[in-house]
Design a protein around this ligand. Structure first.
Ligand code: CA
Length: 369
């Protein structure tokens, strides 16, 4: 692609819908004198705190550490393709990579949800330990290779909040008939309790909540939820987010395009994803505490804990979803679940006397002087 074509393409891309037409005619990455320009699509609005800002940071870092040999242009949701078409765009080669999260692709294969998070599943640290040392990455590679993709974990929200509700949830019965935006396997489990489940990209949640199209939504945690403005239309903010205990972001590449990069650039790309995992996780953790205080003190949000009977019923419903998934007859799904749960059981035995007991002890013994 020559300079003039590139300029034309960039101009068209800003217009959103018009960009789709431009891409069909100009689909080859720019290659000149060993320099390549990649397109990254995302599932987030432009510079939205968290995913949107992380995608831009990653692109900037890649350009700097490769000395410009690989540059990445980031397209927010809707600029090149809609939020939930990022996977298809990278698979087709319309884009070269994406910043998103795997449970948005569970309509391709439900097991992909495991690479985002699992209700009552592993924490961020445990999930990363599984990916890097428990065989998880090899299973993810096997699953994504079927689509011509390769995924890298690139940030975690850590434990999320249960979400925003326009009425109080006093018992599990209050969930019946509730219309809630909640993606992934967590949504599947809530459906078992009588809720109507929808998934929407973050750019569409506020409007749906405001119009009454949905009664409730979960998104992330205090920092990203404050930015989304849900406190303006609903005041009940529930915890804990047992439906999403880790929620990993992905930077996923078109496998063939990735493998066509020089070996050193491939390694730099992989390391930069690892660095981004640390950055985005820390950014979420650092901002959540202050944002929760702002929500409560400045916006009069009412913080509520989900009742125990809901937690038990939700656990049972999740068990049913899990059983259906295991019994689906798909060999890779079963192999992945076996690996995940063997690792989780081992982690739980250690965490029980490690982190969990320490956190309990900290509540008892903490002093500030
Ligand atoms: Ca969420």
């Amino acid at each position: 692609m020559g300079k003039i074509q590139r300029r034309k393409f960039a101009k068209a891309a800003v217009g959103g819908i018009a960009a789709t037409a431009a891409v069909t005619t100009v689909a080859t990455p720019a290659i000149s004198q060993g320099r390549q320009e990649w397109r990254m699509v995302t599932s987030w609005p432009k510079m939205f705190p968290g995913g949107g800002t992380a995608a831009e940071r990653f692109a900037k870092n890649i350009s700097e550490v490769t000395g410009g040999r690989l540059t990445i242009k980031v397209f927010a949701a809707g600029e090149l393709v809609p939020a939930f078409e990022a996977f298809d765009a990278v698979q087709r080669g319309t884009a070269d990579c994406m910043h998103s999260t795997p449970y948005y692709w569970q309509n391709k294969a439900k097991i992909l949800s495991l690479y985002t998070t699992v209700p009552f599943g592993m924490t961020n640290n445990e999930s990363v330990a599984w990916l890097r040392y428990g065989g998880g990455q090899a299973l993810w590679d096997e699953a994504y290779a079927q689509f011509g993709l390769k995924g890298f974990h690139a940030g975690s929200t850590s434990v999320q909040m249960a979400g925003w509700f326009n009425k109080e949830i006093k018992s599990v019965d209050d969930v019946k008939g509730l219309k809630m935006r909640i993606p992934g396997l967590g949504g599947e489990a809530l459906r078992k309790l009588g809720a109507t489940i929808v998934n929407l990209p973050v750019g569409e949640i506020f409007g749906a909540l405001q119009s009454g199209a949905i009664d409730a939504t979960e998104w992330v945690g205090p920092w990203q939820d404050l930015a989304a403005g849900f406190y303006k239309v609903t005041k009940y903010y529930y915890w804990p987010g047992m439906h999403e205990p880790a929620t990993l972001n992905e930077i996923t590449v078109n496998k063939a395009k990735y493998e066509s990069l020089p070996k050193d650039i491939q390694q730099i790309f992989a390391w930069a994803c690892g660095d981004e995992h640390s950055q985005l996780t820390a950014e979420n953790d650092a901002n959540n505490a202050g944002a929760l205080e702002v929500l409560i003190k400045q916006h009069n949000v009412q913080l509520k804990k989900l009742p125990d009977d809901f937690v038990k019923a939700y656990g049972a419903a999740w068990g049913d979803v899990l059983k259906e998934l295991r019994d689906s007859g798909d060999a890779l799904t079963k192999k992945t679940l076996d690996s995940y749960y063997k690792f989780q059981r081992e982690q739980m035995a250690w965490t029980r006397i490690g982190l969990q007991e320490y956190l309990n002890a900290r509540l008892i013994g903490f002093r500030f002087t």
